[in-house]
Write a protein of this length. Structure first.
Length: 141
């Protein structure tokens, strides 16, 4: 059985990946804003940026936002499992699978943004999260 520290490594990995996407977002957004002549104050409303930035710049920013949505459930579930004795090897495998799928989802969205591929990866990650949640609910109830 993994220790809590080992069990929570997928959390650290996904947080780290989110920060990588944050850096990627600014590394693409700031030069694109400069090239488009967008005053930083105009960025106060993201709608103004959507019309003037290239799609590939928006894709990275969209993905960064997505990493603050569903993964919050993952974080809560991981801490619930760690604090209540659910940190076994199956849960760890589910956690790493979820993180890997979210990283692949990010790479697809931020580069080629093929919606069918992105959706399939998102659904797989979601199913892993559902399986993990059901497993934890059954264990605790």
């Amino acid at each position: 059985m993994p220790t809590n520290a080992e069990f929570l490594l997928p959390v650290l990995a996904l947080v780290t990946w989110t920060l990588v996407m944050w850096a990627w977002m600014y590394a693409t957004r700031i030069p694109a804003m400069q090239k488009a002549g967008i005053d930083p104050q105009e960025a106060a409303h993201s709608d103004a940026l959507a019309q003037r930035l290239p799609p590939e710049v928006r894709w990275v920013a969209d993905n960064y936002n997505h990493l603050h949505e569903q993964p919050t459930i993952f974080y809560a579930l991981m801490f619930l499992a760690a604090l209540t004795g659910g940190n076994d090897s199956t849960a760890l495998a589910l956690a790493w699978t979820y993180v890997l799928l979210r990283v692949v989802h990010s790479l697809v969205q931020a580069t080629v943004n093929r919606i069918v591929v992105r959706f399939a990866i998102f659904m797989l990650a979601s199913l892993v999260l559902v399986a993990f949640t059901v497993r934890e609910a059954m264990r605790l109830l």
